[in-house]
Design a protein around this ligand. Structure first.
Ligand code: PXL
Length: 274
């Protein structure tokens, strides 16, 4: 059984963060471990604004020590780490444990809110985590911030941003164009330092896509843990998340989530016999 660890934030509504990662790992048939680095809460009395509370770094460290005890992890993914100290702690542990496959989802901006990670934490992501990344998966906004290019409006700008992020130390950059790039296609761009590959799918007209970014990165991580070649794990992850978005679920009056079980029709499992 392959072992996969997520070091990320918790989203108690079950769409994004640790919850998305673990659900995705289960769908891929790998054994999911989790260390909670932050907790994201949403306030319905304030139009569903998000608040990020970072966990104590000492508690993150204790979770990581627990998770890493035993056979080595086959892959590790990071998500919303909350602050600089947690970013440094995650990086330290990943280095110490010599993890084989490292996927960094550089969560800087929470969709639909003004919450942006503090600039110091962005610097820490660049300093500590990007050099460890086998794959980094910024969305369009995050790629604009990490590359220092600001607004990325088209594929040409995405390519330049991917090159700049590659030069920060990540071995492969996947820029998620997603719904933010204008046009009929949802385009993701992969750059491995040699060539560009674009992955295109028809844009899905839906607002029920909370958790799509986390799910995509978690799926890449699980694919790599299972031994899939890099591009194949990215392509499969795209199919997995497209299915999850197509079957998105309205969770409450404010938000609709991707359905992590869509690709494998998980809703048909464990049906009681009459
Ligand atoms: O999608 C970014 C994100 C990542 N991690 C957690 C989140 C969110 C957005 O809400 O809650 C825990």
């Amino acid at each position: 059984m392959k072992k996969v660890l997520t070091i990320a934030g918790s989203d108690s509504t079950g769409g994004a963060g640790i919850e998305a990662d673990l659900k995705t790992f289960q769908e891929y048939g790998v054994f999911g471990f989790a260390s909670i680095a932050s907790i994201v809460t949403m306030d319905p009395s304030m139009g569903w604004t998000h608040e990020v509370t970072a966990m104590d770094t000492s508690l993150v460290e204790k979770q990581l020590i627990s998770a890493f005890t035993g056979e080595p992890m086959d892959a590790v993914k990071t998500g919303m780490l909350g602050n600089e100290a947690n970013i440094a702690q995650a990086a330290k542990m990943i280095q110490q444990q010599q993890v084989k496959q490292v996927v960094i989802d550089p969560v800087i901006a929470c969709k639909g809110t003004a919450h942006i990670l503090q600039p110091k934490s962005v610097d820490a992501l660049i300093e500590y985590l990007l050099p460890l990344a086998d794959v980094v998966t910024p969305n369009l906004i995050e790629a604009g911030i990490l590359s220092g290019m600001g607004d990325l409006k088209d594929l040409v700008a995405m390519k330049e941003a991917a090159k700049r992020i590659y030069h920060l130390g990540a071995k492969c950059v996947v820029v998620k164009g997603g719904h933010r790039l204008p046009g009929a296609q949802a385009i993701d761009l992969v750059y491995d330092g040699h060539s560009f590959t674009t992955l295109e799918s028809r844009r899905i007209d839906t607002d029920f896509n909370h958790g799509a970014g986390c799910t995509f990165s978690a799926a890449i991580t699980a694919g790599l843990a299972k031994g899939l070649p890099l591009l194949e794990s990215i392509r499969l992850a795209k199919d997995f998340v497209v299915a999850a978005i197509r079957q998105g679920v309205l969770i409450n009056p404010y938000v609709g989530h991707v359905w992590h079980g869509a690709y494998n029709h998980a809703e048909e499992r464990m049906i009681p016999h009459e």
